[in-house]
Design a protein around this ligand. Structure first.
Ligand code: FAD
Length: 446
C-alpha cells in the first residue's frame, strides 16, 4: 500500500436521519459509561447508552481486564461502593475470587500471603480487589441497564459530535443501518478515548508517563486446562524457584505474569505490555494485536514445558478489545495532580473516592470538576478520559474509579436536565446527597 500523504477526497454533503432524542446520551458502555447510564436512569432521566461492541463493561469484560483494582483503603474500609459494588454483589461469590469482608484491612501474615498471590493483598494489607468472571459481569450488567430502563444500542460507533455555539447537542453514529444522529440535552463521553469531546473541539492532553505502564498497550488472553492450585502452591512455597523461573522466562523472551481467576482451571494474562504505540492509530493497534498473539503462542509453549500446573494448558480466548490504558485526557475545570493528592487529596466537589497509592498517601476525593470541560457545555467526560496529570491518571483510570466517575457524571447529568441548569452549575450538595442515596461513598472514612 502507498500511503495517501495528505491527499484528500471530498465526500458529498448529506442529511443524516435523526434516530431519536433523549435527556442523557452516554457514549461507551465500559465501567464509566455503564455506571453513568444506570445512575442517570435511576434518577428518572431518559437515557440512551451507545456501545460499539455487542456487550457492556468495556475493557473490564471485552478487554479481559477483570481484576478489579482496590476498592478498600489501607484500613480496610470500602471506599468505592455504589453501582460498582452492587455489580460485584450481584455476580455472586462463585464467580469472584476475593477475600471475605472480615479480612479486608487485615495484616495477618498468613492471610496476606494467601491473598497476595491472588492479587488481593498489597503492601502487607489484605484488600478488596476482586477478580470476577467477565461473562457473568456482562450478563449482570445487561440486567442492571434493563432494570433501570436504559435504552441501550449496541454495534454503533460514535464518529462525530453535534455541536454549535460551544455546546454539544448529541452525536453522530455509524452502524449497519448507516449513519444516524442522536440528540441529547447532555452527552457523557465515556468512550475512554474522548472521541466525542475531541470531535467537538474540547481541549485535551495526550502526554504520558513513559517510565511506567501508563500508556502501554496489549491484548489480554486466558489459558484453560490449568492446574492453578498447583501453580499457586509452587509460587507460595517455592518462591525462589518461582522467581528463578520468571527470570529464565524473561531471558527466553517470555514476559508473562500469571493472574489467578475465580476458576481453578483458568489463568489470565494481562501481559506483556508494549510501549511505543498509539491506541489512536490503526496501524499501531494492528501491530499490538499481532505481537500480543505471537507472545501468547510463544508463552504457551514455554509455560507447558516449564511451569508447574501449565503442562496441559491451551488457549481459552483472547480479548476482543485491545487493552488501552491511555489516549486523550480532557482539559477539565479541575485537573487532578499527584502533588495535590499527596498533600491532601481533598476537593470540595467530591463525587467519590480513590484509595491512596500507598499507606502514606491520603484517600483522594475525586472532584466533579475533572469531568467538566474548561469551555465546552453540554458534555461531561467520565472514565479514563478524565482530566488529570499523567501520574495521577495512572491509578484514576482503574475500573473502580471509572465506576465512581461514571456514577457521578450520570447523576450530575440527570440533575442538570431536571433543574434545567448548565452542567457546570449543578449544585454540589444535591449531587453528593443523591450519590449517597444511590449507595456511593463520597466522604472519606473518619
Ligand atoms: C491491559 C490492561 C490491564 C488493566 N488492568 C487493570 C486491572 O487489573 N484492574 C483495574 O481496575 N483496571 C485495570 N486496567 C484499567 C481499566 O481496565 C480501564 O482503564 C477501564 O476499563 C476504563 O474504563 P472506561 O469506562 O473509562 O473505558 P473502557 O473500559 O475503555 O470503555 C470504553 C467503552 O467505550 C466504547 N467506545 C469507545 N469508543 C467508542 C465510540 N467511538 N463509539 C461507541 N463506543 C465506543 C468501547 O468499546 C468501550 O466499551 C487495565 C487496562 C488495561 C488496558
Amino acid at each position: 500500500m502507498r500511503r495517501g500523504d495528505g491527499q484528500t477526497i471530498a465526500e458529498p454533503a448529506r442529511s443524516v436521519p435523526v434516530y431519536g432524542s433523549c435527556d442523557v446520551l452516554v457514549v461507551g458502555g465500559g465501567p464509566a459509561g455503564f455506571a453513568a447510564a444506570v445512575a442517570a436512569a435511576r434518577e428518572g432521566a431518559d437515557v440512551v447508552l451507545i456501545e460499539r461492541y455487542g456487550h457492556l463493561r468495556g475493557l473490564a469484560t471485552g478487554g479481559l481486564v477483570f481484576w478489579i483494582d482496590r476498592m478498600t483503603d489501607w484500613g480496610g474500609h470500602l471506599v468505592v461502593a455504589g453501582i460498582g459494588q452492587e455489580l460485584m454483589d450481584r455476580c455472586g461469590q462463585d464467580a469472584i475470587l476475593g477475600p471475605p469482608r472480615e479480612l479486608w484491612g487485615s495484616g495477618d501474615k498468613e492471610a496476606v500471603a494467601y491473598w497476595g498471590i491472588r492479587a488481593s493483598a498489597h503492601r502487607g494489607v489484605v484488600t478488596w480487589a476482586p477478580t470476577v468472571d467477565p461473562e457473568l459481569m456482562k450478563c449482570v450488567s445487561n440486567d442492571m441497564v434493563r432494570e433501570a430502563g436504559v435504552h441501550t444500542l449496541f454495534h454503533c460507533w460514535a464518529v462525530a459530535a453535534i455541536h454549535d455555539a460551544g455546546r454539544v447537542r448529541g452525536a453522530i453514529f455509524e452502524s449497519k443501518e448507516g449513519r444516524f444522529a442522536l440528540l441529547a440535552r447532555v452527552t457523557i463521553d465515556a468512550s475512554g478515548d474522548g472521541d466525542v469531546f475531541a470531535a467537538a473541539g474540547a481541549d485535551y492532553e495526550s502526554d504520558f508517563d513513559s517510565q511506567t505502564i501508563h500508556a502501554r498497550v496489549n491484548t489480554s488472553f486466558r489459558f484453560g486446562n490449568v492446574d492453578m492450585p498447583r501453580y499457586l502452591d509452587f509460587k507460595l512455597n517455592q518462591a525462589s524457584e518461582h522467581n528463578e523461573l520468571l527470570r529464565r522466562g524473561a531471558a527466553a523472551g517470555v514476559e508473562l505474569r500469571v493472574h489467578a481467576t475465580a476458576y481453578d482451571s483458568v489463568a489470565l494474562f494481562m501481559t506483556p505490555k508494549f510501549s511505543g504505540y498509539s491506541a489512536l492509530k490503526v496501524a499501531d493497534l494492528t501491530a499490538v494485536e499481532f505481537r500480543s498473539r505471537d507472545a501468547m503462542r510463544q508463552g504457551l509453549a514455554w509455560f507447558r514445558a516449564h511451569v508447574p500446573g501449565f503442562e496441559r494448558a491451551w488457549i481459552l480466548d483472547t480479548a476482543p478489545q485491545v487493552g488501552t490504558r491511555h489516549t486523550r485526557r480532557l482539559a477539565g475545570v479541575t485537573r487532578v495532580t499527584l502533588d495535590h493528592w499527596r498533600a491532601s487529596g481533598r476537593y470540595p466537589d467530591a463525587i467519590g473516592l480513590c484509595p491512596g497509592l500507598t499507606p502514606e498517601f491520603p484517600t483522594l476525593e475525586i472532584p466533579y470538576g475533572c469531568l467538566v470541560p474548561q469551555r465546552l457545555d453540554g458534555v461531561l467526560a467520565a472514565g479514563r478520559n478524565l482530566s488529570a496529570d499523567p501520574p495521577s491518571h495512572n491509578p484514576l483510570r482503574e475500573v473502580p474509579e471509572c465506576w465512581v466517575m461514571g456514577q457521578g457524571a450520570g447523576l450530575a447529568a440527570a440533575l442538570a436536565v431536571r433543574n434545567d441548569v448548565s452542567l457546570r452549575d449543578v449544585p454540589m450538595s444535591e449531587l453528593q446527597q443523591k450519590l449517597r442515596r444511590q449507595g456511593a461513598v463520597v466522604d472519606p472514612p473518619a
